[in-house]
Design a protein around this ligand. Structure first.
Ligand SMILES: CC(C)(COP(=O)(O)OP(=O)(O)OC[C@H]1O[C@@H](n2cnc3c(N)ncnc32)[C@H](O)[C@@H]1OP(=O)(O)O)[C@@H](O)C(=O)NCCC(=O)NCCS
Length: 167
């Protein structure tokens, strides 16, 4: 299994992976919108024997405390059901964080499973006094500083790219 940057020939397979993992077109369509509309994004695939079996996307997001600063939001992430629970999702997250760090992003946000993302270093975003526009249970909106201190003094709200509005 290898993780690599998505290319145009992967688009149909990435659509199918998201559809199979989520059971709806919503996330697959979000990926399409982000490719078309987001100024910055990272889209990676997990490939085994030439077949795309997983996908992860990060897109530029903004903080109310400093609208010029671009941070990244992790979403969506999907692994084909028959390949789940084998560490592929974790490999996608780790590789994605490296790509974001190499591109100079200081922080990543995610809305997701509170037992899963802390293993990569994510902490509840409220520990940085940052909330999201979505009303979610405490602990599921999380943040990770790739650059230590990147979120200091950034109290306020994080805004996803507007492509998320239609989700
Ligand atoms: C989330 C997902 C990508 C993880 O992929 P994966 O290859 O199975 O991940 P890994 O094998 O690295 O890790 C599996 C772990 O993630 C946990 N996990 C991750 N997301 C979870 C979720 N939404 N609900 C419950 N458990 C979740 C599993 O319980 C498991 O925990 P364990 O290691 O303690 O047993 C995959 O389960 C998936 O495609 N789910 C459907 C789509 C989805 O919910 N995406 C996330 C929201 S964007």
């Amino acid at each position: 299994m290898k993780i690599r940057l998505e290319n145009k020939t992967d688009y149909a397979a990435v659509h199918d992976v998201n559809l199979a993992a989520f059971g709806s077109e919503d996330e697959a369509n979000l990926v399409t919108r982000l490719r078309q509309q987001a100024q910055s994004y990272v889209s990676l695939v997990a490939e085994e024997k030439g077949v795309v079996i997983g996908h992860i996307m990060f897109s530029g997001a903004h903080l109310s405390a400093d609208p010029k600063r671009c941070v990244m939001a992790l979403a969506p992430m999907a692994v084909l059901p028959e390949f789940q629970q084998r560490g592929i999702g974790s490999s996608l997250v780790k590789s994605g964080l490296e790509h974001c760090e190499n591109q100079g992003y200081g922080a990543i946000f995610v809305l997701g499973h509170a037992q899963y993302y802390p293993r990569f270093g994510f902490k509840p975003a409220d520990s940085f006094s940052i909330d999201s526009v979505y009303e979610v249970p405490a602990g599921v909106f999380m943040a990770l500083e790739l650059t230590p201190g990147a979120l200091e003094g950034m109290a306020g709200r994080m805004f996803y790219h507007e492509a998320f509005d239609a989700l």
